[in-house]
Design a protein around this ligand. Structure first.
Ligand code: HEM
Length: 410
């Protein structure tokens, strides 16, 4: 009889074969099968993706992720010029961009942005957002059914909100949308995406030059003023504006459209929400937890020294990814994690990340989703999909997931 030989020595990357993670196209609310499996079977696993070099650790458990993302021994700055294995041929976040800095630079940039993105400022914007939602939903009703929610509401709303917040002239928003589509896709070549990044950077350089003499009451003007007093470098100014505008245009559209799809395909939960609109803030949190917002994972971190995570020693210099999507389905934290349940009152979800790099747009996103959902529920008591759920077309080859269009009737 052979004995099961077990050792309690921590695992390392020595001799380990990475799992190949193809990051295949997923429709609707389908959860990535590899993430689902690793979360249960190998919560700290070596993976390799289609692009970049070598392998990286992928951490999937809620608690491990909270530890990694609040541990200063994992650096973002060290990812600059490191071709870490990745799902895209190009790194979406620019070098020197906020996502790829460590303290003290990261702290300085966050401080500059904190004013604009804080809850108070976002709450003040809510009244305007409500007026915009009212107007857009009103126009959709007037146009008649069926109508595409992304074209009528979830596309234009964040465009107008971020335009106001950032001070981008309304006429320029269409161009920014077109650049966004190329940069946030994994289907374009490095050359194409670099050309578009140069265009969008040129756009914001020109706008900055204009704002020096013509400041407005907006975030970009505040950043231009900070540049004038050297609190911010010129490349930092541009990359912040690009990062904010790209996220703002893409994420709210996708997230809010998918929220509507999720509710319409879970009629019991929708009926509970209709019966008790006070549930809405809780519903938003459960939707954020349940919806797989993206394909693959975000930016990696590099260990600056050997660090134990779960049963693994991540060695100094090794790259680590965390999957917030997986954390949101951790069975040790959420009962029946794959079930969508509006009355769930468990740990906070990690959809917006955790630690120093926690999403800056979280309050802005929550506010817009809440305003859009509240307006739709109130003004459209008979709202439903205009096609069978399987006929909704989902984006392909993009980093953030969401429907191409969402045809609705009422
Ligand atoms: C549903 C919508 C959104 C989701 C799910 C989301 C999620 C995230 C996540 C997971 C991170 C990274 C956390 C990390 O690196 O550990 C992040 C960072 C960030 N997000 Fe969002 N985000 C959303 C919307 C937005 C919006 C609307 C904006 C801008 C207006 C925005 C701006 C940013 C910025 C600037 C960072 C980098 C922060 C830093 O590195 O310090 N996000 N977001």
């Amino acid at each position: 009889m052979t004995e099961d030989v077990r050792t309690d020595a921590p695992r390392t990357s020595d001799g380990a074969t990475p799992h190949f993670w193809p990051v295949e196209h997923l429709d609707a609310l389908e959860f990535d099968p590899l993430l689902h499996r690793l979360l249960r079977e190998e919560p700290v696993a070596l993976v390799r993706m289609r692009f970049g070099e070598g392998s990286a650790w992928l951490v999937t458990r809620y608690q491990d992720i909270k530890e990694v993302t609040s541990d200063p021994r994992f650096s973002r700055a060290l990812t600059v010029d490191r071709p870490v294995t990745s799902m895209t041929p190009h790194v979406v976040a620019p070098a020197g961009g906020i996502g790829r800095t460590d303290p003290p630079d990261h702290t300085r940039l966050r401080r500059l942005l904190a004013q604009t993105f804080n809850r108070k400022r976002v709450a003040a914007l809510k009244v305007e957002a409500e007026a915009i939602a009212e107007e857009l939903v009103g126009a959709m009703l007037a146009q008649g059914s069926p109508a595409d929610l992304t074209e009528c509401v979830t596309g234009p709303m964040p465009e107008r909100v971020i335009g106001k917040l950032l001070g981008v002239p309304e006429d320029d928003l269409g161009r920014l949308q077109a650049w966004r589509a190329v940069i946030l896709s994994s289907d374009h070549s490095l050359e194409e995406s670099n050309a578009v990044k140069a265009e969008i950077a040129g756009y914001f350089r020109e706008l900055a030059a204009h704002r020096v003499d013509h400041p407005g009451d907006d975030l970009f003007s505040e950043l231009v003023a900070a540049r004038a007093t050297d609190e911010l470098s010129a490349p930092e100014l541009i990359s912040l504006a690009v990062m904010i505008v790209l996220n703002a245009l893409d994420q709210v559209r996708n997230q809010c459209s998918t929220m509507v799809y999720t509710l319409l395909t879970h009629p019991d939960e929708l009926a509970r929400l209709r019966a008790d609109p006070e549930l809405l803030p809780m519903a938003i949190e459960e939707l954020l937890r349940f919806i797989p917002q993206r394909n693959g994972v975000g930016l990696p971190r590099i260990a600056t020294e050997d660090v134990c995570v779960g049963d693994v020693v991540i060695r100094a210099g090794e790259a680590v990814y965390v999957s917030y999507l997986a954390a949101n389905r951790d069975p040790e934290v959420f009962t029946e994690p794959d079930r969508f349940d509006l009355s769930r009152d468990e740990s906070p979800n990690l959809a917006f990340g955790h630690g120093a790099h926690y999403c800056l747009g979280a309050a802005l996103t929550r506010m817009q989703c809440e305003v859009i959902l509240a307006t739709l529920l109130r003004r459209m008591p008979g709202l439903r999909l205009a096609v069978a759920p399987e006929q909704v077309r989902w984006r392909r080859g993009s980093i953030n997931r969401g429907p191409e269009t969402l045809p609705l009737t009422w």
